[in-house]
Ligand binder design. Structure first.
Ligand SMILES: [Zn+2]
Length: 164
């Protein structure tokens, strides 16, 4: 992020005193008010700010965190913490929960919000080791039951008309 406290000309009103800095700024999401330190080019004369794409990028994680709090899902930092507690890489977590190898990187940088079902499951698993073990056992049982599809060559031969 390029951040200079030197004053610039305001592109809105032309005044010379515009300043690029982070200021406490009010936002509304789903009728809930929240504040973040929003970097922008602030002009006191027109009482307005110009927010560049770089400013938006700098405040992305704070914005995502605010929306997560309001939506009652894990915040980007909480997603990272829960995933690391389970000892999984971002790629592994994406494989277990779906979404592909880059999904968790996006959740943790605040680029996209974690789906609620994934959030609930991730939090539950990260706080309940016994449940994680139980799920792993269940998955192994399912794999075992699928042995019914193995033919005499040890290869999967799917014929649901034949199966009882
Ligand atoms: Zn201005």
């Amino acid at each position: 992020m390029v951040m200079s406290n030197k004053t610039q000309r305001c592109p809105l009103c032309g005044a010379k005193g515009a300043v690029h800095e982070a200021r406490r700024t009010e936002y509304t999401y789903k009728e809930e008010k929240f504040y973040i330190n929003q970097p922008a080019l602030w002009c006191d004369r027109c009482d307005d700010a110009v927010i560049t794409p770089a400013d938006n990028k700098a405040s992305l994680k704070d914005m995502a965190t605010a929306r997560a709090v309001i939506d009652k899902v894990l915040t980007p930092d909480e997603v990272r913490k829960a995933r690391k507690k389970l000892g999984w890489t971002q790629e592994q977590a994406g494989e277990y929960f779906g979404g592909g190898p880059s999904a968790f990187g996006k959740y943790e940088r605040g680029e996209i919000q974690i789906p609620k079902t994934v959030s609930v499951l991730l939090y539950t698993l990260s706080t309940n080791k016994a449940l994680l073990d139980s799920i792993e056992k269940s998955l192994n049982s399912i794999i075992k039951e699928h042995d019914v599809f193995l033919d005499e060559h040890g290869e999967y031969f799917i014929n649901t008309k034949k199966a009882g």
